[in-house]
Design a protein around this ligand. Structure first.
Ligand SMILES: [Zn+2]
Length: 296
């Protein structure tokens, strides 16, 4: 979920943060399914910390609600702001992107790939800390996995990749939530996700750019489906949703499946880079000082 959530907050702090597919339930679903694809010695820590893990799946959205303004642009990258497909104008290196377009433009159009790469680095270091016997490495790895997975999942939501992120440029306001929230909630029993087996991903930033570029080119089709479904209706009723769902279901299922595979692949890559620490072992007890003449 992205900017429209912030708008809701500005409009008047009306109730709890919106819960959407890629917002609440979807983020948990993607994370939970991704964990199931991991090898047992890695998966053990996530199974043991399952409650913590899933609780934090939407933390990055809540940071914006809490007023961390710098958080908002980390959840998207409007890749079409820099030109048409194949979206190669924007340098993948952040420094080069800022040099070319200026920090204001780069920030306004979104920072997702660089944020995901930053969190992936933190996850690698947490795995390494655990491997080196540091007490909080494993717990931090579980937490950081939830946070990192959030950004990776956002990158797979097509409306996180375009300027017309909520249909506001084509008079289709609200399509962001209709797609990522209403469809998965209304039609949950009919949705099936078939994630491919993950391969370790080492280039997180590149993977995010690819996911965003692949999502951006799906948006025109979704906008057209939304228009067709809304034709002749005065409100978004059950008939609208049935029609929109029948057109959007394949995209929704495929993108969710790809998000699951990408989350698993990025965790796997981080873990491998850290030297595959064994997360089935109990945490080492901290060394105790011997009281007596050496004590100080
Ligand atoms: Zn988000």
């Amino acid at each position: 979920m992205r900017r429209f959530a912030a708008v809701v907050v500005v409009v008047g702090l009306m109730g709890a943060a919106p819960v959407g597919a890629w917002g609440g339930g979807g983020h948990r679903l993607i994370l939970e399914r991704a964990i199931q694809l991991l090898p047992p010695e890695l998966r053990a820590a996530f199974d043991a910390g399952r409650t913590t893990l899933l609780e934090h799946a939407s933390d990055p959205d809540l940071w914006r609600v809490a007023g961390f303004e710098e958080e908002a642009p980390r959840h998207f990258l409007d890749i079409d702001a820099y030109g048409p497909p194949p979206f190669s104008a924007l340098p993948r290196d952040l420094g080069a992107a800022i040099e070319k377009y200026g920090p204001e433009t780069v920030t306004r159009n979104g920072l997702l790939p660089w944020r995901a790469a930053e969190m992936r680095g933190r996850l690698v270091r947490a795995f390494e800390a655990h491997k080196n016997g540091q007490r909080y490495g494993q717990g931090n790895a579980v937490y950081l996995t939830a946070v990192l997975a959030h950004y990776v999942a956002d990158a797979h939501q097509p409306f996180h990749a375009v300027l017309n992120y909520d249909g506001q440029l084509t008079n289709q306001q609200g399509i962001h939530a209709r797609f990522e929230d209403e469809l998965p909630t209304r039609y949950a029993p009919r949705l099936t996700y078939e994630p491919a087996a993950p391969r370790p991903i080492l280039e997180t930033r590149e993977a995010m750019f690819e996911a965003l570029a692949a999502g951006a080119i799906l948006v025109d089709g979704l906008l057209a489906a939304d228009l067709r479904a809304a034709e002749g209706r005065s409100e978004y009723d059950d008939g609208y949703y049935d029609a929109f769902f029948s057109a959007a279901q394949p995209v929704l299922e495929r993108r969710t499946g790809e998000a699951i595979t990408a989350v698993a692949g990025i965790i796997l890559g981080a873990w491998e880079q850290a030297g595959k620490p064994d997360l089935t072992k109990p945490l080492p007890r901290p060394a105790q000082k011997i009281r007596g003449r050496n004590a100080r």
